[in-house]
Design a protein around this ligand. Structure first.
Ligand code: FRU
Length: 468
């Protein structure tokens, strides 16, 4: 970065640091823009998480790979930019991708977006996890199979199976159906096309962005972020993410799977990817936003952040999520009560913490980020008749939005909500993580109240505040 650019980003960073919406325990850029997480990996005893990054403005621009590292998935250290678009094959941006560790070195695969929008798959290698050298013979895959549109071929996910490596690349077929092209390699350099995974029609959108294939035991989980899936309930926006659980055949690159399920029932969740830690836990990250999400933080020179990392478990062909357990030791208890009704609760306040509620199957409302006059709040309301939980952002502050709801499969005897909120975000884990609802909210300064109301008796309420 030259001196002028450095001065500019330093100034932006100072403005961003003073922003009331900065999170306390979520990964976000020091300044400028982020969208997708990239290359999430556990390398030499630490998590490395890269991200689509435009450092010079709080909007999408020429994409770099920003870089964080973390010991515990809670505190994210900013490292120097890992990839800069400085070659002819990535002159239009270093787009999304993934990492694999091989022979002690970190190999990151990304899409080189050419100046004319042509997309190829490229490699950069690092021994120390800090400095990255682009492979001299890039691109390693110079173009898609004939059946794919050349500028709709991106977001390589590389993984190892036995002695071989596989790459799954998101694509739009010339038939305008989403697909994932599967390649195989013995050395990470020479790649042979094997197969296309697709729905066989356009029911799962026209373009599959950010495919991410990983294993939990023998279950092969495929995460997808399809474009053009809006209006096919439960998928409701033009950028939404879902998953399959299935079996991957390493000889043919074919994938047999169950139903495509939605990943997050809230507003702001896209481009998820998973990493295995040293103990084999599968951890999920994602952009806590979408291309439609408002970003009023642009006024203070930053935009976009990542979800709270979530541990993934498989139950039949469904995934369950819980926040990474490392966060627990940062949460300081501030309130606890058993068997109370709303009228007996003292006033509660917090802007970054965790609220856990066990409640019987009756109507209630939880308001977070509530202003003193009660006009501003983010509401989570439960209707027992329909056993539906609704996240209402219509009075949540700046750039307020509508309501999204999820109907639980059956009325629970006791409903468990674990709500993580962090100044400008809320993530609601329902009943042991069977559903999660994620959203960015932008409350005005001072909207720090928490209020519970309704007919329900609360079996247990606990509030923690985040603290270092
Ligand atoms: C998804 C996406 C990817 C692409 C990247 C560019 O949000 O469109 O397909 O690689 O963002 O920033």
């Amino acid at each position: 970065m030259n001196q002028n650019s450095q001065t500019k980003t330093d100034e932006m960073r100072k403005t961003a640091e003073a922003c009331v919406h900065r999170h306390l325990y979520h990964a976000m850029p020091p300044q400028g823009w982020t969208n997708d997480p990239n290359g999430f990996v556990f390398f030499n005893g630490r998590f490395h998480l890269f991200y689509q990054h435009y450092p010079f403005a709080p909007q999408s621009g020429l994409m770099h790979w920003g870089h964080w590292q973390s010991d515990d998935l809670v505190r994210w250290e900013h490292l120097p930019i890992a990839l800069t678009p400085d070659k002819p094959y990535d002159a239009g941006g270093c787009f999304s991708g993934s990492s694999v560790v091989h022979e002690g070195r970190l190999h990151v695969f990304y899409t080189g977006n050419g100046a004319d929008g042509t997309q190829t798959q490229c490699l950069a290698v690092s021994g120390d996890g800090l400095h990255f050298l682009k492979y001299k013979n890039n691109p390693v895959i110079n173009g898609p199979p004939d059946t794919v549109i050349p500028n709709q071929f991106r977001d390589p996910c590389v993984f190892r199976r036995g002695k071989r490596f596989y790459m799954v690349v998101g694509a739009e077929g010339k038939d305008h159906q989403g697909q994932a092209a599967v390649y195989v390699s013995n050395d990470l350099l020479d790649w042979t096309y094997l197969n296309a995974i697709s729905a066989g029609d356009d029911s799962l959108g026209h373009m599959w962005e950010c495919p991410n294939l990983f294993f939990i035991g023998e279950d092969a989980v495929l995460l997808l972020s399809p474009q053009g899936i809006a209006g096919r309930p439960p998928f409701s926006s033009s950028h939404d993410s879902g998953y399959f659980v299935g079996r991957f055949d390493a000889d043919t690159g074919t994938y047999a799977h169950g139903e495509f399920r939605k990943l997050d029932m809230g507003f702001d969740f896209y481009a998820p990817q998973a990493a295995a830690d040293g103990t084999g836990r599968a951890i999920l990250t994602a952009w806590m936003s979408t291309w439609e999400t408002p970003a009023p933080t642009g006024a203070c020179q930053w935009a976009g952040s990542m979800i709270l990392p979530r541990e993934i478990a498989v139950q039949d062909d469904r995934l369950l999520f819980r926040p990474a357990r490392e966060l627990e030791r940062y949460m300081k208890p501030v309130f606890a009560a058993e068997t109370v009704s709303c009228g007996d609760l003292p006033p509660l306040k917090a802007t970054a913490g965790r609220l856990q509620i066990f409640v019987e199957n009756k109507d209630f409302v939880v308001e977070l980020f509530r202003s003193a006059d009660g006009r501003e709040y983010t509401a989570l309301s439960y209707s027992a008749d329909a056993h539906t939980l609704a996240l209402d952002l219509s009075r949540s502050g700046e750039a307020a939005r509508g309501i999204k709801s999820v109907a639980l499969a059956q009325p629970p005897e006791v409903l468990q909500l674990d709500i993580y909120f962090d100044r400008s975000s809320v993530e609601v884990f329902v009943n042991e993580g069977g559903y999660v609802m994620t959203a960015r909210v932008f409350p005005h300064q001072g909207s720090d109240g928490i209020r519970l109301s309704g007919k329900a008796a609360f079996r247990r309420i606990r509030l923690w505040e985040f603290g270092e």
